[in-house]
Design a protein around this ligand. Sequence first.
Ligand code: SAM
Length: 267
Amino acid sequence: MKEPSELSGVDVDRPNAARMYDYYLGGSANFEVDRVAAEAGKAAMPDAVTYARSNRAFLGRAVRYLCSVGVDQFLDLGSGIPTVGNVHEIAQEANPRARVAYVDIEPVAVAHGRRLLAGVDGVTTTQADIRDPASVLSAPGVADLLDFDRPVAVLAVAILPFVTDDAEAAALVAAYRQACVPGSYLVISHIAQLAASREQVAEAEQVMARTPTPVVWRSADRIAPLFNGYALVPPGLLPAPQWRPDGPVEAEHIARANAYAGVGLLR
Ligand SMILES: C[S@@+](CC[C@H](N)C(=O)[O-])C[C@H]1O[C@@H](n2cnc3c(N)ncnc32)[C@H](O)[C@@H]1O
């Protein structure tokens, strides 16, 4: 990774969610300031790494499921820094013609994405704020790649916690839904209090409040309405490790993941 002074447009004075998440996943695209904040996050919530890895594992299972039902276009909102098990790798293994539009606001995530994807067909990386759906949907990396007259899977995986107002989150999801035709899908994974105590949640929210992207934890009751307009595919909205697991899952792991996840079909 380049030294901070070599990267333009990168805020290296404040910790950043994409780089902290990368640190939790064992990546190297993070700076000292991110590692310090990530360790503070771990002190507040010791299960932070379990959360990040369970979330990423859910993303992989969801993409494989979508490929199995014939989806070949993905809009990955808040895609993060490319690491192990990226959406295009999973999707193109199932279908080499699958298309993936990555969108993230963070310059390091976008720079890494572009470097990794140079020469890969059917994949783009766009730097944009997902809270501005019109700009995202009209960006060349999205509009020129994805055909919205055919089904598209919108991936909102570990991104809606950054939209802290419930009404704004619902309006945002609705805006992307309106761009999609029936047969499209919405994938959500969202941080939620399971094993974590109330104090841990409050402290973890405080750590993120010091970054440019504060987060909110939501209960399943507050996550479910985000699927309005979609029919949840079985097994529904439930703790992330329990969504179509590849094998048996221990109860302790389910709770320590501290996340709910689901996939909705637009009818
Ligand atoms: C926790 S990571 C999740 C990465 C990936 N979706 C996953 O689940 O593995 C959240 C990502 O959302 C990005 N992000 C946060 N707010 C955003 C916004 N308003 N627009 C675009 N990206 C955003 C962050 O930069 C970060 O890369």
